[in-house]
Design a protein around this ligand. Structure first.
Ligand code: PLP
Length: 387
């Protein structure tokens, strides 16, 4: 059977990885400044993660949600304490889209309304309601377009107020740093205005922290830079350091009933241990502080590169904006410098999403490789095109 061909692939076949290094089948090492799309939070093959996962695998990998699983309870406690979100209840699932799907569903149950406010350039996943709130008609099928969604420009107070005043919405869903969209952020004033208007109109505020959560922004959650308290928080990506885990933090004001949400795989034993191991490493190695500090270092290095027009994002969820499209640069970084970076919907932004234990020396290596490629671009004769 051949594969359903939906992914344009780089010609690299990684077979092992350690820290921020990925080694391919020919023994070539690549630096992973992309974290497998913001998923690798504590570095590839972290020894604590391997030990915890191996130990659990030898005991029991999975049982369904029909039995008691103390690992889920332990995870809830640890996550509540580390994220300072102890007033929330945890529902575990297996992906970011599933987390948002459940978050939107909870908002709709709670308000008995169906319409959602989302923002221009947003990305919330590919399942039914999640893709409907994603600002990309190309990946929305006619089936998904039945959902009722109003898209509002980010940081447009007037448009937002006008839209929410219709009193027809169950939820507002917002990324504190737009990942796929290209690292734009709501201002603190705007995020606080959104939170206040949601309260006034009894609309559920959903913080999509799938990409920006788990320390990546230099705070546990990116909304915590803005002094707001969402009603529901969706999480995934960095949570499991590669093991598929997602979750929804639902404020205590929401009363659950049996059967309201459910999943076969969510919250299984291995998934819980993967997330616990990530939380333990984040805490023991002060990785959230590292993300905050290395943002400053990254910005300082970037300020010395004249071709960089702007640094976007925060913590280790960063983007470099150029005045040209970066797809060729990304290709050259992979094939010539052996460095993985990310693109975005904003084609002029190169994304930097490394593991949160990256070092200053590794950031220096990134800027060295980038500098070499940028200088080749300014003298086209010296630059051999990559096939
Ligand atoms: C902010 C945000 N929400 C949701 C998703 C969807 O997550 P998943 O691909 O795990 O379904 C993504 C994925 O990139 C994301 O960046």
């Amino acid at each position: 059977m051949k594969l359903f061909d939906v992914y344009p692939l780089y010609d690299v076949t990684p077979v092992s990885a350690q820290g921020i290094e990925v080694i391919d089948e020919n023994g070539q090492t690549y630096f992973d400044f992309y974290g497998g799309h913001a998923v690798i939070s504590i570095g590839h093959s972290h020894p604590h993660y391997i030990n915890r996962m191996t130990e659990q695998l030898e005991k029991m990998a999975f049982y369904s949600n029909s039995i008691k699983n103390p690992l889920q309870v332990e995870l809830g406690k640890k996550l509540g304490a580390l994220s300072n979100c102890e007033d929330y209840q945890l529902f575990l699932c297996s992906s970011g889209a599933e987390a948002n799907e459940n978050a939107l569903k909870m908002a709709s149950f709670h308000t008995n309304k169906a319409k959602v406010i989302a923002f221009k350039n947003s990305f919330h996943g590919r399942t039914s309601a999640a893709v409907a709130t994603t600002d990309n008609p190309k990946i929305s099928a006619p089936l998904n377009r039945q959902q009722l969604v109003d898209f509002v420009p980010l940081n447009d107070f007037e448009a937002f107020e006008k839209t929410i005043s219709n009193c027809t919405h169950c939820a507002v869903i917002l990324e504190a740093i737009q990942g796929v969209g290209g690292l734009d952020q709501p201002t603190t004033d705007f995020y606080q205005f959104v939170a206040q208007k949601c309260q006034e109109h009894k609309v559920v505020l959903i913080a999509d922290e799938v990409q920006s959560g788990f320390g990546r922004s230099g705070q546990f959650f990116a909304f915590q830079h803005h002094g707001v308290q969402p009603d529901i928080i969706s999480i995934a990506k960095g949570m499991g350091n590669g093991f598929p885990v997602g979750g929804v933090l639902i404020h205590n004001q929401f009363e659950p009933w049996y059967g309201q949400l459910g999943t076969t795989f969510g919250g299984n034993h291995l998934a819980c241990v993967a997330t616990l191991a990530v939380l333990e490493v984040l805490e023991n190695e002060n990785l959230i502080e590292n993300a905050a500090q290395l943002e400053d270092y990254f910005r300082e290095k970037a300020s010395k590169v004249s071709k960089i027009k702007r640094v976007k994002g925060c913590g280790l969820m960063l983007g470099l904006e150029f005045d040209f499209e970066v797809s060729e640069l990304r290709k050259n970084l992979i094939y010539r410098q052996h460095m993985f970076t990310g693109g975005s919907a904003n084609k002029k932004v190169l994304r930097f999403l490394p593991a949160l234990n990256i070092t200053k020396t590794q950031i220096d290596l990134f800027f060295e490789g980038l500098g070499q490629e940028l200088s080749k671009m300014s003298s086209p004769k010296a630059s051999k095109p990559v096939p």
